[in-house]
Structure formats: structure tokens, C-alpha cells
Design a protein around this ligand. Sequence first.
Ligand SMILES: [Zn+2]
Length: 180
Amino acid sequence: MSVAEIETPLLPIRIVPDPVLRKMARAVTPADMDEVRALIPTMFATMYAAPGIGLAAPQIGRLLRLVVIDLAPEKVPTPLVLINPEVVAASEETATAEEGCLSVPEQYAEVTRPARVKVRYLDEHGDKKEIEGEGLLAACLQHEIDHLNGVLFVDYLSALKRNMLLRRLAKDQKGKAARK
Ligand SMILES: [Zn+2]
């Protein structure tokens, strides 16, 4: 890691029930690109420090359609920046896997989603790109794009499971606040 990366300031990650997590993020326009390019290293630094494998701009309070992903930062870092990502194809076949979220800290649940997706996006240079993913990448792409639409993984659970998980989170957060 370079000195520049170490010195990148971290941003506080918004946690449920922060209302920003439920808002629709707007598309990035060419006029936003300077801000977006400045945000990217900060978002990666914040995600790596958390640690997490994906972070969407609404999670740091910016309602822009911007996502960063790195599935294996410790093994083979493959930072992926997606601007205005859009799922353009999804398999009928589904896959169920455990998910967590930096905005729903330390809570995990099984979520069923399309097993494979194709996503169209712009990279950090504004170039049109496409990526196809399965397994962890497919789930992560869908999870992060959901954030841009104000959707959280807990929305896929039954009301009973969701409420249990959110109550447990609220209790944990209260405990943490009391210990501070
Ligand atoms: Zn998340």
C-alpha cells in the first residue's frame, strides 16, 4: 500500500436506519466526474478499512450512482469501479448465499438472487464497459446496485426475519453507543 493510500481519509459509513440508505441515487453526469474521481480512492480506503468487498456511494451519504468492489483485496486485489451500473441481463437460475452489509453491521442472512448477471457501466475514465458475473461477484454486483435504488439485502427476507435482524442490530448499536 502506498503512503497516499494510507493517508486517504476515511468516510463514516451510514448505518440503518439512516434515511439516506433508502433514497434513490441519481445518475452520474460528466459534470460530476471530478467529484467522482476524488471520491473513488476514499471509497476504496473506507471499504478496505471496514473491511468489506463492496461499497456504494449512498453508504457514505452521497446519492450518486457509483459503486466500488474488490472481492479479494488480500489475495489478488482487483478494484472495480462502476459508474451508472445497470443489470442488463439476469439468469433465470437463482443462487442462495449468505450476505452482509457494512450498513447493517455484523448481521448476516441468506439471500436468493439470479445466479448470473450482466452489468453495463462506465469506468472511472467514463468508458462504457460490461461485466458478467456469477457466484460472489453476481451477488455483490446486485447487492451494490440495489443500494443505488435504496434497497437493502434485508428487504429480501421475510418480515419476521428482517425484524429480528434489525432489532438485533439496534440492540448492538445501542450497546456500542453505551460503551463509547
Ligand atoms: Zn451493502
